[in-house]
Every structure is written in C-alpha cells, then in structure tokens.
Design a protein around this ligand. Structure first.
Ligand code: NAD
Length: 297
C-alpha cells in the first residue's frame, strides 16, 4: 500500500488498471498521448502529469501498458529510464515480442534499475474488474516486490521464469487458443457438411477428448454455449485483431527459435488474412464464418 506508481499508457487496458491501483490505495501518476484517456484517468483519481518522463520521476514503480514492443523500447531509450531514480522497478504489462522484452530488461539493468515483464490475460473486462492474470518474467526478488502491486489489478500472478519468460507464457497460451479455435471451427463446418448438428457435435466433443476452452466457453457456433460471442453476432470478446497481433508474435518466436511450428505459423496467417479482410473488430471465433464461406465457394 502507498506505493508511488508511474503509469504510462492509459488506453483500454491501462486506464482501468490504473483506476484499480488508485482504489487499492496507491498513488498513481499517469500519462498518455491521448487527452481523452487522461481525462478518464483523472476522474478515477490518477494524478495526470505532462510527460512519460514526469510519470517516471521519483516513483517506486513504473508500469507501461502500450500497444507494442517498439513503443516500450522507444520510451525506455528516449528518456523514461533516465528520468527515474536508481533502482526503480520497471514493469511492462504490454504484450510484446520475447526478444524485445529481453532487450527491455537489458536496458533497464544498464540504467541501474530493476525490471519484469508482466503481460496479462483477461481483456478489458478483466482489467475493469481487477481480475487479470499476470505472467511475470524476472528475478525472484523483483517478482516478490511487484506482486502486491499486480494483485491490486488481478486475481492471479504467476512467476513464469527469468527475463522475457512472462511474454513467452502469454504467446504460448494464445497460440494454443488460436490453433484450437481453428480446429474446433473446421470440425463444426465439416460436421455441417456431414449432416451432424452443431449441438450433437458439441454434446459429444465437450464430454470427450476434443474438449477445450474454444469449444466449451467461446463456442464459435450460436446455441450450445449461450454466453459465447457467436450468440451476439460475434461481438468481442477477444477481437480478431488482437489474436492476429499475438499470433504474429508467436510465429516470430517460432521462427527465431527454430521450432517446427507449422500449425502456429499457419494459424497466424489465417488470422492475419481474416483481420486484413475487414474482420479485425469481430471476436476471433468469427473465423468460423471465413472457413464456412471458403468451404461453400
Ligand atoms: P490501447 O491502444 O487502448 O492503449 C495503448 C495506449 O498507449 C494508448 O492510449 C496510447 O495513446 C498510449 N501510448 C502509445 N504510445 C505512447 C507514448 N509514447 N506515451 C504515452 N502513451 C502512449 O491498447 P490496449 O487494448 O490497452 O492494449 C495495451 C496492451 O495490452 C497491448 O500490448 C495489448 O496487446 C495488450 N493486451 C490487450 C488486451 C485487450 O483485450 N485489449 C488483452 C491483453 C493484453
């Protein structure tokens, strides 16, 4: 409690995360490039400052929640690290390339600070409700130091390993999710062609070895799971644009590490195409419509 926290990136995720830190009794100094984001943050009790460097000066912890690795590295190199007092704990919660996360750690150490990567899952709803899951990469003592802060924004905080390994956990999990959603969708479309109803396939697979989250929670056909986005015209949920981003990071990591990940790379290509053909704002499970359309051509 009473930690002074600088928070840079008050967007869809960062805004509600910073608000939960305030609610937990921390002092938060926030900055974003977008004035509207600053207004929302100010209403939530965040002390708005005029630059990222100002948010990092004289605080205990600096949290970044930015679109991508380039933003994080540009800020770290462009004065954020230099503005902080020695030994400040830098926590990057953005989803970025594992290689970029490792570069970020090196920059933090060279500048005389401490750092962890701490990407999240749980989406905007989890950020608002304070129920995010954090996947942390970094040294034991830094994990200990950051845990109470992360617990104010989430329900689960897992120490995954050293520098960059939090990002590794994030992209490995989302690669499982992206691939399994395609497998489930192909199975439903094949079932439709074979005269197997969606409900019957669901009843069998959800109680058999095909069981997985993509089927039983985020079911890509309307009907079997009333709360899944398919029942609401594929309103996200988890937008296909974000799945495209995360699988792009997974595909980069597969290639960079010489892993023969044919399905992960193919899934990345399919979500990229789906995004680029105008479907980025739909839930990622809407990829079943693409598969069905291509099967009827
Ligand atoms: P967002 O685009 O809503 O927020 C990013 C914010 O960073 C924006 O408000 C932008 O103005 C700000 N920003 C960019 N450059 C800046 C700079 N130099 N200085 C200050 N502010 C700057 O994105 P988001 O949905 O909040 O996602 C943030 C991160 O979390 C991404 O890496 C994303 O992949 C990850 N993530 C998102 C979700 C989700 O459901 N939205 C879920 C899990 C993880």
């Amino acid at each position: 409690k009473d930690t002074i926290i600088g928070f840079v990136g008050l967007g869809h995720m960062g805004g509600p995360m910073a608000a939960n830190l305030v609610k937990a009794g921390h002092h938060v100094r926030g900055f974003d490039l977008v004035p509207a984001a600053l207004e929302v943050a100010a209403r939530a009790g965040v002390a708005v400052v005029g630059s990222a460097a100002e948010a990092a000066a004289d605080v205990d912890v600096v949290i970044t929640m930015l679109p991508g690795g380039k933003h994080v590295l540009d800020l770290y190199r462009g004065g954020l690290l230099a503005a902080a007092r020695p030994g400040t704990l830098f926590v990057d919660c953005s989803t970025i390339d594992v290689a970029d996360a490792r570069t970020a750690h090196e920059l933090v150490e060279q500048a005389g600070h401490r750092g962890v990567d701490a990407p999240v899952s749980g989406g905007v709803m989890g950020a608002s409700a304070g129920t995010l899951a954090f996947m942390v990469g970094g040294a034991d003592e830094d994990f200990e130091a950051v845990s109470p802060v992360l617990e104010a924004m989430g329900r689960k905080v897992v120490h995954c390993g050293g520098a960059g390994v939090g990002q590794a956990a994030k992209i490995c999990n989302n690669m499982i999710l992206g691939v399994s959603m395609i497998a489930i969708s192909e199975a439903f479309v094949l079932g439709e062609k074979l005269g197997l109803s969606n409900q019957a396939l669901f009843d069998v697979a959800s109680n058999a070895s095909g069981q997985c989250w993509a089927l039983t929670t985020n079911c890509p056909v309307p009907g079997p799971v009333p709360a899944s986005p398919a029942n609401n015209d594929y309103e996200p949920g988890f937008a296909a644009a974000l799945m495209d981003k995360d699988l792009g990071l997974a595909a980069n990591a597969l290639r960079a590490n010489g892993v023969d990940g044919e399905l992960g790379i193919r899934a990345a290509e399919l979500y990229r195409r789906f995004h680029e053909t105008g479907h980025g704002g739909e839930d990622f499970s809407a990829i079943i419509r693409d598969i069905r359309d291509r099967s009827n051509g």
